[in-house]
Write a protein that binds this ligand. Structure first.
Ligand code: G6P
Length: 366
């Protein structure tokens, strides 16, 4: 079936806007009416699993990085996250009790597939999280978890990322349930929080006009820094990746705490610093990093919630206020401004948003 733009200027815009709907579909698929997590094919048996190795490329890799925070915190299982091209040639030892998880929108990325085969060759149990259900990666897995995002045409991944996050959040919650690291009431509350995310994403779409205005100014920058702590760290990397992919502006994502170990040397009034910081337990730490930037003349764009905006203080170049989100699942919400900023910056620059130069949707060669 041919996918149409449905009135949008670009597939990317359509796919960004679809997220509340497809995320809702994915969550309903796994949670039904009851809120009980149901994975296909007998699910994942976490008995005997003592660690996870997660492998992917690009945006899917950043979904894995986010999931590491969830799985470690909720289920108490250590997680290694690896870039597929590094994993496959490093040929890492795989201790007994490892569950190997591969995340891929297309299910055809050559490096990810090769990494999967490396694990198959070592008799690992393979779980994949894929969008294309009939893909090579899905077929070669013991269990494939579909993300149900629907066809994604824009080269820069958007709705696949948020749906990957949703499915990985469910995997983390299921691991916690089986391992007894969360009591039933806390687990149910987290499930409820997760189910509230499509509505919050929908509400956050209302920021689009403001984001577009900010993006017009961002389009003049030559370098942009993204900062975040905790789960906002992988989101900072995703914000930078999206921006460089489609607007061709040099962008880097950093863990806020690493600012003083390098990127602060770049800060001056020409470098916008985008700080992703919901008002969570790490907020104060991030604010102090933000002040270090402002003290050096840096222009800060703070992406936060109403509480964060009220507390952040003076001197911020611009503040983008998102709806509140449960701390754990805030990354699903903060993906949206990262995508919208990149999108509108690219539109302002007049680049080919859906087909950025030198990039491919599915990298099936090495
Ligand atoms: C390419 C795409 C990215 C994607 C990455 C991994 O670089 O442009 O959007 O994140 O491949 O692709 P996969 O299909 O394995 O998720």
């Amino acid at each position: 079936t041919r996918v149409e733009k449905g009135g949008y200027k670009h597939f990317m815009a359509k796919e960004i806007a679809e997220q509340p709907a497809v995320l809702g579909d994915a969550l309903r698929h796994y949670l039904g009416e009851t809120g009980q997590i149901t994975l296909p094919g007998g699910g994942i048996d976490f008995t005997g699993v003592s660690r996870l190795t997660m492998v992917a490329c690009g945006t899917a890799y950043l979904a894995c990085m986010t999931a590491k925070y969830w799985i470690e915190q909720l289920a108490g299982l250590p997680v290694d996250v690896d870039i597929a091209s590094e994993f496959r040639y490093r040929e890492p030892p795989i201790p007994e009790g490892t569950l190997a998880v591969f995340v891929s929108q297309s299910g055809e990325t050559a490096d990810t597939l090769a990494a999967l085969r490396y694990c198959t060759g070592r008799a690992q149990r393979i779980v994949s999280v894929v969008n294309v259900a009939e893909s090579s990666i899905a077929r070669e897995s013991d269990l494939a978890l579909p993300i149900l995002a629907g066809a994604e045409i824009g080269v820069a991944s958007t709705k696949a990322f948020t749906c990957q996050l949703a499915v990985l959040a469910l995997v983390a919650l299921e691991a916690a349930r089986q391992r007894g690291t969360l009591d039933a009431a806390t687990l149910a509350a987290h499930v409820q929080d997760l189910r509230s995310m499509p509505g919050r994403l929908n509400a956050a779409m209302a920021t689009e006009a403001t984001v577009a205005e900010t993006a017009r100014r961002l389009a003049e920058a030559e370098d942009v820094l993204f900062l975040g702590r905790g789960t906002m760290y992988p989101l900072a990397l995703e914000g930078a990746l999206k921006l460089k992919e489609i607007s061709y502006i040099h962008a880097e994502g950093y863990a806020s705490g690493e600012l003083k170990h390098g990127p602060i040397a770049l800060v001056d009034k020409t470098v916008p610093v985008i700080v992703m910081a919901p008002h969570d337990r790490l907020f104060d730490k991030t604010v102090s990093n933000m002040q270090e930037v402002m003290a050096r003349g840096g222009k800060v764009l703070l992406i936060t919630d109403a509480k964060g905006a009220a507390e952040a203080g003076e001197g911020v170049w611009q503040t983008l206020v998102l709806p509140e989100a449960p701390e754990l699942f805030a990354p699903i919400l903060y993906a949206l401004p990262a995508q919208l900023l990149a999108y509108h910056t690219a539109v302002a620059k007049g680049t080919d948003v859906d087909q950025p130069r030198n990039l491919a949707k599915s990298v099936t060669v090495e």
